[in-house]
Design a protein around this ligand. Structure first.
Ligand code: BES
Ligand code: ZN
Length: 700
């Protein structure tokens, strides 16, 4: 009590000091070069967000109105953001926003009678992780505040692609990726999932460009360079999204469809034709879809993720369009977020499993309902094998589902298998103990109860205590629940999943390793992506060149357009020194930006000196077309690499450059690497080369 009074007094004194300082100055930005101190986790508050400077307990954004212009030449977005505010604390007189690399031109507050008056503001120095804290003084606690700003061409949440890097080659493209904390690089915001607001936007662009947002996109809108959007449901900032390019629409059903570049749209509609069935299935399990339309936007291959659940418009990598619908669980996943994540949202990154674990569980239920139990089981086995391998490399505190404050350093790295696969496993455990009917009803109730709210794990625990543990006593103890949530490892009570099909795959692999006779087409012809993935994942760490080339001749792995296969094949090839595959490896890592697919190959490469040189060369060639998030991950890996001295494979042979190597280009591939010639001439992210959307040979 006494302590909290002292804290309040201290806060008041600080506010008075700030207000006095503000009065003395003109309403211009002060030059602050030091970053604001990082927010400290308050031990008492479960939903405290250490990755935002915002202070939503004092004042929160209720509605955001954007008026923006896209400039493809300057690679900037500029305009105004107008906030309607809910002043929650009687003593608050400042609005604190998150920004990263934004130029803030002015801040204004709306006075009586609708006139706008300048407000004093201060932009703190840049913190590498969190960006720059923007503090706007509003002694009159204006209901509406407006900020005029422009983005940097290097905004971490935007990618600008030249026309030559698109499928159609005629129109430039841009898109956002706001999760985890990149929305602040294109809109000044309270960039924390604790805050939910409605938004509207007016966006201008060149007339031949179609603009879409995570809002009410109209499939029939005229393409004229002037667009308006409205998102009437409250969303957290990481779900802000925008994309612009030569985008056309084709329907899948009355409420679902695909936006894509013209040459891609038919293939995408065919691959994702089950989307309406997925929506209907999820509704029958967990209640109505609450966002009206559900459309998919197919992005260029540089998109750094598989998918992003932007409300009403999931952003999707083209690498899952493989011709046989074998990778559509990604759509099930992003759709599932319409319940788990977008409707009920984790209040900070440390509770990320509430989004991703619930979603991975719901995804598997959708897959089971549409494609059968065997397919769902195969997917669970693959993801759990991945989880088991990953968990071994993690510290004990990272292995908890609900991690303690301070454990998640960079929330972009919170994409760990723990939140996804241990999270889904925990829910499957609860389903098994309580029975499917009871557990489905529980989840439906949970989504209803917390709809449009952002919550920490503790709120889920209270709800589960009341609606599961207390309601059906004797099935799960509080200790079991807490072991799953707060302890490392996988509890012994975890249900085991086996796949019949994978039994066949295991025998085929063992047979080949023993006898040298490759599994016959009569067996492998029916294999889907999941079986090939399992086949590859069960192979030894390295194989002989003869073994690799035998597999390659039989199944054509090198050069596969299926990224899930490539993700497993190329690291094996690199570890084994199978040099024939290097041109295809270069094509693969340059042509795709989806981190999950390419990082394992980069990881294998940087383990040797020659591989590290080759990796650096690929990064330089790909850099102009890579997304800032992908560039950051690859740079970090290369900077931290510790290749064994004089290690591994022979120097990469000359002429592996897929971009028409010139005879005098041998140096480019030398073990020392890094020729700038090679970097200049290589087509970064070649949309047509190594097209990940071509149907796969051999059913892969
Ligand atoms: N919301 C995530 C992507 C994300 C998470 C971006 C955390 C930034 C920080 C998205 O729904 C996702 O999980 N994508 C996965 C899909 C996969 C698990 C089916 C991906 O991109 O691989
Ligand atoms: Zn997800």
């Amino acid at each position: 009590m006494i302590l909290s009074r002292i804290l309040r007094l201290a806060a008041l004194a600080a506010l008075v000091a700030l207000a006095v300082a503000a009065c003395k100055r003109e309403p211009t930005p002060t030059d602050a070069t030091a970053p604001a101190p990082r927010p400290q986790a308050a031990a008492t508050s479960d939903d405290y967000d250490e990755h935002s400077y915002a202070e939503p307990d004092k004042v929160a954004i209720d509605d955001l109105a954007l008026d923006l212009a896209l400039d493809f030449d300057a690679r900037t977005i500029s305009g105004t953001a107008t906030y309607t505010l809910d002043w929650r604390d009687d003593t608050a007189t400042a609005l604190v926003l998150d920004t990263r690399d934004l130029t803030i031109e002015r801040a204004e507050g709306e006075g009586e009678g609708g006139s706008w008056q300048p407000l004093q503001f201060e932009l703190a120095g840049r913190d590498d992780l969190l960006g720059s804290k923007l503090t706007i003084q509003a002694p009159e606690r204006n209901t509406r505040i407006r900020v005029a700003y422009r983005t940097s061409p290097a905004a971490s949440g935007l990618q600008w692609l030249e026309a030559s890097m698109t499928e159609g080659k005629a129109t430039p493209f841009m898109f956002s990726q706001s999760q985890a904390i990149h929305a602040r690089s294109w809109v000044p915001l309270q960039d924390t999932p604790r805050v939910r607001y409605t938004y509207s936007a007016h966006v201008t662009s060149p007339a031949d460009v179609m603009v879409l947002m995570s809002a009410d996109n109209d499939p029939a809108a005229a393409r004229d360079g002037d667009y308006s959007f409205r998102m009437p449901q409250r969303i957290p900032s990481y779900l802000m999204a925008i994309a612009a390019g030569d985008l056309v629409f084709k329907p899948i059903s009355a409420r679902a469809g695909v936006w894509a570049e013209p040459t891609m749209v038919d293939r995408a509609v065919a691959e994702f034709e089950d989307t309406e069935k997925m929506i209907a299935t999820t509704e029958s399990l967990y209640g109505p879809y609450r966002w009206e339309r559900y459309d998919l936007l197919i992005l260029p291959p540089s998109f750094p993720y598989g998918g992003m659940e932007n409300p009403r418009l999931s952003f999707i990598t083209p690498t899952v369009i493989v011709g046989d619908k074998s990778l559509v669980s990604l759509i099930a996943h992003e759709l599932a977020h319409s319940w788990s994540g977008n409707l009920v949202t984790n209040s900070s990154a440390k509770d990320g499993w509430l989004n991703e674990g619930f979603t991975s569980y719901v995804e598997n239920r959708i897959v089971e309902a549409l494609y059968g139990k065997e397919r769902a089981d195969m997917e669970y086995v693959i993801s759990r094998n991945g989880l088991k391998a990953e968990i071994e490399r993690m510290s004990p505190e990272e292995q908890a589902l609900a991690v303690r404050p301070g454990v998640v350093k960079d929330p972009d790295d919170s994409l760990s298998a723990v939140s996804y696969d241990k999270g889904a496993w925990f829910l499957q455990f609860l389903e098994e103990r309580y029975g499917r009917a009871e557990f489905d009803a529980f989840l439906r109730g949970y989504f209803d109860h917390f709809a449009f709210q952002s919550i920490p794990t503790a709120r889920f625990v209270d709800y589960a205590q009341k609606h599961l543990l207390d309601q059906y006593p004797g099935k799960v103890t509080r200790e079991e629940l807490e072991a799953w949530l707060y302890e490392p490892g996988i509890p012994a009570s975890a249900p085991q999943v086996l796949s019949r099909n994978f039994g066949v795959v295991d025998s085929a692999r063992l047979g080949w390793l023993g006898s040298g006779t490759v599994p016959p087409a009569a067996i492998t012809d029916d294999w889907s992506t999941q079986e090939w993935v399992h086949f590859l994942e069960g192979l030894p760490q390295t194989l002989s060149i003869e073994q690799l080339s035998q597999l390659d001749t039989a199944y054509g792995f090198t050069g596969t357009p299926n990224g899930e296969i490539a993700q497993r094949w190329y690291p094996l090839v690199v570890r084994s020194g199978y040099l024939q595959a290097y041109p295809a490896i270069a094509d693969f890592v340059r042509g795709i930006g989806r981190r999950k697919l390419i990082m394992p190959t980069y990881q294998a490469l940087v383990a040797t000196e020659a591989g590290l040189a080759f990796a650096k060369e690929q990064l330089e060639a790909a850099r102009p077309g890579y997304h800032p998030i992908t560039t950051g991950s690859v740079e970090k890996l290369i900077a931290e690499a510790k290749p064994a001295p004089g290690s591994g494979m022979p120097a990469v042979p000359a002429g592996v450059d897929p971009a028409e190597p010139k005879p005098d280009d041998a140096d480019a591939a030398d073990a020392e690497g890094g020729s700038s010639d090679a970097a200049e001439e290589a087509p970064a992210i070649p949309a047509a080369d190594g097209d990940p959307t071509r149907p796969a040979p051999n059913g892969t």
